[in-house]
Design a binder for this molecule. Structure first.
Ligand code: SAJ
Length: 401
């Protein structure tokens, strides 16, 4: 039996996928409310294909509990934030999950850590716990998750995976467990290499997005069309630039590269500058808003609305979202917060929030497209007559960042 610890954005789909492919799975989370919701047959977040997977897993006998189980395999998928000041990984959730596992784990159990951690974290923060508890019999493994919100179920099935283990034979056993559902290639390596690959993958994307954002600023400065330029450059066989945007959100690309800056401050220069570039984008958008208002002779900020609150399109996840960052930066100007609407955020989470697109558009003259949800792409005609600042190049004739 596999005990999946932490039933969030990664642990839940992983538990459901394994169960639906015939693995005996118990999911554990200390959040009683979350377990109660799952046990009433409700899924806890929106994601393509997750509802169906949930049903399959329930039919296959998956269980959700708050207690850690006595079993031979544990998969830990709890969050790893970073310390805002030191920029280093904050491994306290993983540390406390591991300590709890050790209270019940039998001899020679395998402990797989899926949570993203910086290179060396398992050696520095996890192995010493095993030593202190006299539990060197436990097989430590790192299997960093790679799935992208918005396409998680497909990617869980098809992405290649990395398994880092002290002992190659144990790595192969865990690879076999993942192969019960994963159709991609599974590479077995050592733990530190696995830790580094995960952080490097997200850093690669962060640096590439920062490059696109910097190009957007250069093009804005000299009145060039950044989208046309990127499109033409990407027709070169060895160029693949990502897209500029209003900032980088989510719990991965806006967080993981900081681990490298925190651990190697004198070496990770390009990464540090890239993260600062991305973090500065929401404030850049706000300045664009002020500039466009000036140009159009508009004075009333209460007539400006932000479309989209989530960190990217068609997901309901708001963590580190550029819109929240923009509002935070606006707060510093002591203004009345801008109006906001997002079809995926049904609860009231901030001031001036709308729950109906028509009502939102009725109350404003100036719309900033912060997130390119399908909803707005399908309703472009509703923007007729409005001033539009489009941060994603989806609305013909709109202002760009
Ligand atoms: N973004 C841009 N321009 C782009 C692409 C993205 O501004 O061209 C922005 C998005 O709007 C969003 C942020 O970047 O705010 C991140 O979105 P994303 O779709 O690039 O990635 P995440 O954070 O949802 O998921 C990433 C993925 N990593 C990589 O693609 C290397 C995913 O595979 C990882 O599993 C995930 O991080 C994770 O959990 O680490």
């Amino acid at each position: 039996m596999v005990n999946v610890i932490g039933l969030g954005y990664i642990g839940l789909p992983t538990a459901l996928m394994m169960a639906s492919y015939g693995v005996d799975v118990v999911g554990t989370d200390y959040n009683e409310k979350l377990i109660a919701t799952l046990n009433t047959g409700k899924i806890t977040f929106k994601e393509d294909g997750l509802d169906m997977l949930f049903q399959d897993a329930i039919n296959a006998g998956v269980k959700f509990v708050t207690e850690y189980q006595v079993t031979d395999t544990y998969i830990v998928s709890v969050p790893t934030p970073y310390d805002k000041f030191s920029k280093k990984v904050a491994a306290y959730y993983v540390v406390s999950a591991v300590k709890d596992v050790l209270k019940v784990a039998p001899q020679n159990a395998t402990l797989v850590i899926e949570s993203t951690v910086s290179p060396g974290t398992i050696e520095k923060s996890i192995r010493p716990i095993l030593m202190a508890e006299n539990r060197t019999d436990i097989n430590l493994v790192h299997a960093p998750e790679r799935i992208i919100p918005g396409n998680m179920v497909y990617e869980l099935l098809h992405n290649n995976r990395t398994i880092g283990a002290d002992d190659k034979a144990i790595g192969e056993v865990v690879a076999k467990l993942y192969a019960s559902f994963c159709q991609g290639e599974i590479i077995v390596t050592d733990i530190k290499t696995a830790e580094m690959t995960k952080v490097v993958e997200n850093t690669y994307r962060a640096v590439n997005i920062a490059f696109a954002n910097e190009l957007a600023k250069i093009c804005r400065h000299d009145n060039m069309d950044v989208y046309e330029i990127i499109k033409i450059c990407n027709m070169h066989p060895r160029v693949n630039i990502l897209q500029p945007g209003p900032g980088v959100g989510g719990h991965c690309i806006s967080v993981d590269p900081w681990f490298l800056v925190g651990d190697y401050p004198s070496l990770a220069k390009v990464i540090d500058e890239s993260m600062r570039t991305n973090d500065a984008m929401p404030a850049f958008v706000l300045h664009r808003v002020y500039d466009i208002m000036k140009e159009r002779n508009m004075h009333d900020l209460s007539k400006v609305g932000l479309y989209g609150l989530t960190y990217k399109e068609n997901v309901d996840d708001m963590r580190e979202s550029p819109t929240l960052q923009l509002l935070e930066s606006q707060e510093k100007h002591l203004g009345e917060p801008l109006k906001v609407y997002d079809p995926f955020i049904t609860k009231d989470v901030i001031a001036n929030q709308y729950h109906d697109l028509d009502q939102f558009l009725n109350d404003i003259d100036f719309v900033v497209i912060m997130v390119k949800h399908n909803e707005i792409k399908d309703n472009v005609s509703k923007l007729n007559g409005k001033v539009v600042l489009d941060c994603h190049n989806i609305i013909p004739g709109a202002y760009h960042i």
